[in-house]
Design a protein around this ligand. Structure first.
Ligand SMILES: [Fe+2]
Ligand SMILES: [Fe+2]
Length: 143
């Protein structure tokens, strides 16, 4: 993978950091496509990328939740709820993409992508970081 997530977003758990980077790379790919005025069938291509983002997010959340269970994370249920709510949002967004009218397409998609990126970055910086800190303190408990 050629995308590196900014250092402040790193949890110090390499495989989860790689998955976060992959998610950000996918949203970057969508943004690049959105800005490219020469693209024909932009909505179809973006729909495909957004479905890919949803699939990868489901995969990442499953992995992250399994990790949290390994150390009986104290905020597991609340964190799972954040994940579930975001997936619901993604499903809703993806279900409505075909309704977007060509005249507002770019503006709507830009807002959607902005929302997705912000959610992901904020979630990593807050909920995921707090989780990672607890996992590290758990790891050092036995030393
Ligand atoms: Fe995460
Ligand atoms: Fe998370």
């Amino acid at each position: 993978m050629d995308y590196k997530i900014p250092a402040e977003y790193e949890l110090g758990i390499p495989y989860l950091d790689e998955q976060h980077a992959q998610l950000v790379a996918l949203t970057d790919q969508a943004q690049t496509l959105l800005k490219d005025d020469s693209t024909i069938h932009k909505l179809e291509q973006l729909t495909e990328i957004l479905r890919g983002i949803q699939d990868y997010t489901v995969y990442h959340f499953t992995e992250e939740e399994a990790f949290m269970e390994t150390f009986s994370y104290s905020r597991l249920d609340a964190h799972k709820k954040l994940h579930a709510d975001f997936i619901k949002r993604l499903e809703k967004i993806n279900g409505k993409l075909s309704d977007i009218s060509p005249s507002t397409q770019d503006a709507v998609l830009e807002e959607l992508l902005g929302y997705l990126r912000n959610w992901l970055f904020e979630h990593i910086l807050s909920a995921d970081k707090i989780m990672a800190e607890e996992s590290l303190s758990f790891a050092f408990e036995d030393l």
